[in-house]
Design a protein around this ligand. Structure first.
Ligand code: BES
Ligand code: ZN
Length: 808
């Protein structure tokens, strides 16, 4: 539609040559554009017409040539090997956030929605897929080897969600309970590996339909595994693309954590079909709406499909704590952040949008209650369907549904960065306890000293030893200080804040209150998610220098009886951070000894082989503990790992999938060049990408300098898919102190190639973070800063600042 008479049309366009363009007003003759003026920096083209285009509707026709690139964005080629060993290419798309413009000229903004009629002309022996179902497939008149595939018209949608794929694939299919045809496309010969995801998807679609009370609007949905793929997965409407490792499960060779990951990713991308695709954010400033929401509801969905995963506890260690870690930095950013240039858009696909977003939605859901929350969601999704919405629109709907002051509360969480530390002390007054709460911004670098006092509206829940699972009191803390009276709480009863670790804040207890909680950790009367949260708060308070590390390590000792996988996993992560820090000091050996002491009782209890009746979480726990003990050099573990590895390599006894990572990492950490060569051979032989990735991620455990170099060279070789290079280098950096230095040097020496490979994009931020985050002195911070001043990476600017801040 021409809204104003003009002789120019400006649209997005990148790496495309326009051959002809013409505009035909409705019922009138077409006018050919005579000039194409490319503004490469802005990724735009201006079409100039010899006469004025008058107000009214018409059609714009463009003939153009684009490039099937190698950069995993826009319309690109993805390399794969056929069962007979031939190398071939599939053609696939990845448009989010701003790369549809590399496939066709368009107005490439989320709020400019359109319907799409897509036809593809492809070799007749190839599978051709797009967002919609096929309407027609017929021989292409000019070439008998080609067919023309015509797809049904899409609903009104944003450009970043358009997709097409051409390649060789097998599939499995099912019809979901609500009548949608679901297919999982796999590499040729691997259809069986699609069955797990197919089951999850077929269960998930009706779950969301019911949760939102809005049906899935397309007749079909395809989930497809793509060999070369930058992100984990992409929610293209009706054609969701995945990395192979985020979709394929082999009953024998996939480990429990892969199953869980596939379930989460499927749950995440299918949620976007409603939240993101049907209702889309107005602009990338509201990206968090998409990603935060999907990152929350994927857990709800997995909890529905696999209650035995205890997935909500895992949410706290995977998302909640990760978000708090990042958001405690001065270089964090508010959830809602204004962005313009594509590199700024790439930059916000980070833990703030995803994990903090998900965490504040979890807090909000808890504050509103499930019933009203669902009502609000339905209101929002029906009101804005096939349209766009901003953060305020969601608050409006939830406010209508709940009658609570949602916008006022939530603005404090999404419009300012950071989160509060709540200091609490208690005083016994006869049969009551009087609590005094003070909130202050939590900073990773130490007590908050700023001059403006940012405040949050914090939903606070309080429980006592009477019933650790029920809130004795719930209150909205909307000021800096608060005094509360808890009736009928005897002197010997403990009090805890934040039950369920749902509120997005950290808690610092007075020494007496903390002391009184320790027995509740030991006797496990405090629920797992609360033990986890308490422990995590303590660690980060110690890291910030607010309490002493020795005190924290003492509390660690209360975890001797800990049976819970997720609690262990978070503990292990924190001890890992501590030992990385201590690797720069003389205390390294001591902390390794401490790790062995902490983990050996549970290691002995678990043993190496699953016992009858064990489940998912036991398998995860065993892998975690054995890996930790093995890496720390626990003698018995190391010997058994070596024995089992030998049997595995000799084909005598194949390691179960869940034991492979811990065994691999153990033998490598204490191995030599023969061990490395054996691992590289296993890598070459592996048929499943999951196994290749498993090996790639542990190679960095090797400690001899020349072998570290070998691993780094391997990272950039043909053997490693481009998107996985990052985790090999990251593994080296995280594997040892020497590795960290070597990896950083390697990144500097190969900067051009790496930067080019990812063309900016978010993988470069990930690479930088993995490589430099573990350094711990000013000299390194200065070196990192200086390097990126002379080698700018616009989409990773904030990451660089965050890393430098972490190093200091
Ligand atoms: N929309 C994203 C994919 C994406 C990520 C596009 C970054 C462009 C840049 C997708 O929904 C997503 O969030 N994928 C995650 C996996 C998910 C389970 C957290 C990913 O790719 O890491
Ligand atoms: Zn997403």
């Amino acid at each position: 539609q021409v809204k104003q008479a003009t002789n120019q049309i400006v649209m997005n366009c990148a790496d495309i040559d326009i051959i002809t363009a013409s505009y035909a007003p409705e019922g009138d003759e077409e006018v050919h554009a005579t000039g194409f003026n490319y503004q490469n920096e802005d990724e735009k083209v201006t079409l100039s017409f010899p006469s004025t285009l008058q107000k009214g509707t018409g059609s714009l026709k463009i003939d153009f040539v684009g490039e099937l690139n190698d950069k995993m964005k826009g319309f690109y080629r993805s390399k794969y090997t056929t069962p007979t060993g031939d190398t071939r290419y599939a053609a696939v798309t990845q448009f989010e956030a701003t790369d549809a413009r590399r496939a066709f000229p368009c107005w490439d903004e989320p709020a400019i929605k359109a319907t799409f009629d897509i036809s593809l002309v492809v070799p007749k022996d190839r599978v051709a897929l797009s967002n919609m179902n096929v309407l027609d497939r017929r021989p292409y008149p000019d070439d008998e080897n080609l067919v023309e595939v015509k797809f049904a018209r899409t609903p009104t949608m944003s450009t970043y969600l358009v997709a097409f794929v051409v390649g060789e694939y097998d599939f499995v299919e099912a019809r979901s309970l609500d009548g949608v045809l679901v297919r999982v496309y796999t590499p040729v010969g691997k259809a069986e590996q699609g069955k797990f995801a197919l089951e999850v998807a077929a269960k998930t679609l009706p779950f969301y339909k019911d949760y939102f009370n809005v049906p899935y609007p397309l007749p079909k949905i395809d989930l497809i595994a793509i060999a070369d793929f930058a992100a984990g997965a992409m929610e293209n409407w009706g054609l969701v693309t995945y990395r192979e490792t985020a979709l394929l499960i082999d009953p024998k060779n996939s480990c429990s954590s892969s199953r869980q990951w596939v379930a989460l990713v499927v749950g995440h991308e299918l949620a976007h079909q409603w939240f993101g695709n049907l209702v889309t954010m107005e602009w990338w400033t509201h990206l968090w709406l998409n990603e935060g929401f999907a990152s929350w509801i994927e857990y709800l969905c997995v909890d529905h499909c696999f209650p035995e995963y205890d997935i909500w506890t895992q949410f706290v260690s995977a998302d909640y704590t990760r978000a708090q870690e990042l958001d405690a930095l001065d270089n964090s950013h508010p959830i809602e952040v204004s962005v313009g240039h594509p590199s700024e858009v790439d930059e916000i696909f980070d833990a703030i949008s995803y994990s903090k977003g998900a965490s504040v939605i979890r807090m909000l859901h808890d504050y509103i209650g499930d019933e009203d929350f669902r009502k609000g969601m339905n209101l929002y999704l029906t009101k804005f369907q096939q349209k766009n919405a901003a953060t305020e629109d969601l608050w409006d709907s939830l406010e209508k549904a709940s009658g609570k002051p949602i916008a006022a509360v939530m603005n404090t969480w999404t419009k300012q960065m950071g989160f509060p530390l709540i200091y609490v002390e208690a005083e016994q007054q006869e049969d009551d306890k009087v609590l005094k709460l003070v909130q202050k911004k939590f900073c990773a670098s130490g007590p908050y000293t700023g001059e403006d006092f940012p405040m949050w509206m914090v939903p606070i829940s309080i429980c006592t030893s009477d019933d650790p699972t029920r809130a004795k009191m719930q209150i909205l803390m909307d000021k800096p200080e608060l005094t509360l009276v808890l009736k009928d709480v005897k002197p010997d009863q403990w009090v805890k804040l934040n039950l369920g670790t749902v509120g997005f804040y950290r808690t610092q207890y007075s020494p007496e209150m903390l002391e009184s909680l320790i027995p509740a950790i030991k006797d496990l009367s405090l629920p797992p998610v609360d033990r986890l949260g308490l422990q995590n708060d303590l660690f980060s308070l110690a890291r910030a220098g607010i309490i002493s590390t020795v005190e924290v390590l003492k509390v660690m000792e209360a975890f001797v009886n800990e049976p819970n996988y997720t609690v262990w996993s978070d503990l292990s992560c924190n001890l890992g951070i501590l030992s990385t820090l201590l690797s720069h000091t003389d205390f390294y050996e001591e902390i390794q000894g401490f790790v062995k002491d902490v983990f050996s009782p549970i290691g002995e209890r678990l043993g190496w082989d699953p016992k009858p009746g064990e489940g998912h979480l036991d398998a995860l726990l065993r892998g975690l503990v054995l890996g930790k003990l093995g890496k720390a050099g626990h003698k018995a573990t190391l010997e058994e790992a070596r024995r089992r590895f030998k049997d595995h390599v000799e084909g005598k006894h194949v390691l179960s999938a869940d034991l492979r990572s811990p065994v691999y990492v153990t033998v490598l950490k204490h191995g030599d060049s023969t061990t490395l060569d054996t691992m590289l051979k296993l890598h070459k032989q592996a048929d499943m990408q999951e196994e290749k990735n498993r090996i790639e991620r542990v190679l960095g455990a090797i400690s001899q300098p020349e072998l570290i170099q070998k691993v780094l060279t391997f990272a950039l070789s043909e053997e490693v898919r481009p998107q996985d290079t990052v985790s090999v280098i990251g593994g080296v950096a995280g594997g040892s102190k020497q590795g960290r230095k070597a990896a950083w040097k390697f990144v500097r020496d190969n900067w051009e190639e790496l930067y080019n490979r990812y063309q900016g994009g978010f993988l470069i931020s990930r690479l930088i973070k993995l490589t430099v985050d573990g350094f711990a002195n000013d000299k390194m911070a200065a070196e990192v800063k200086a390097f990126f001043e002379s080698h700018p990476a616009p989409s990773a600017e904030r990451t660089v600042q965050q890393c430098c801040e972490n190093i200091l």
